[in-house]
Design a protein. Structure first.
Length: 116
C-alpha cells in the first residue's frame, strides 16, 4: 500500500466533489430536453473524470498487481471525450437567426450586430 497514491486519490475525489458543487450552483436554463440531457451528461462526465482518476490511483495503491488496471486509464480519456462533445453540443447546438445573408468573402465570420 502506497501513501502517495492514496493521497492523490483523495485529492482527485475532493476535486470531483468540488466540481459537482460548483457546477450545480451555476444557473442554467435549458431551452429544451436536448439541452437538459446534454448538460446532465456534461456535468456527469466532468465530475466523473475526477472520480475515475481518483479510483485509478486508489487501485494502484491497493491492488497487489496494478498492471492489470492499465485498461482503466481509458475511462478518464473516454469521459474527457464525452465532456468535449457535450460541451460542443451545448455551445453550438442552438439555431442562430440571422437578419442578413452570409457573405462568401467573410467565410462565416460575419459580425453579430446589425450592420446598419
Amino acid at each position: 500500500m502506497s501513501v502517495v497514491e492514496i493521497v492523490i486519490a483523495s485529492l482527485c475525489g475532493l476535486g470531483g466533489v468540488r466540481s459537482v458543487v460548483v457546477w450545480l450552483r451555476r444557473p442554467f436554463e435549458p431551452a429544451g430536453g436536448r439541452e437538459r440531457a446534454l448538460y446532465a451528461l456534461y456535468l456527469t462526465a466532468r465530475a466523473g473524470w475526477w472520480f475515475t482518476l481518483g479510483f485509478f490511483f486508489l487501485g494502484y495503491a491497493l491492488v497487489e498487481e496494478p498492471q492489470g488496471l492499465r485498461w482503466f486509464v481509458l475511462v478518464p480519456i473516454a469521459l474527457a471525450g464525452v465532456q468535449l462533445l457535450t460541451g460542443f453540443g451545448l455551445g453550438h447546438g442552438h439555431e442562430r437567426h440571422r437578419s442578413h445573408g452570409l457573405d462568401p468573402e467573410l467565410n462565416g465570420h460575419e459580425p453579430q450586430g446589425d450592420p446598419r
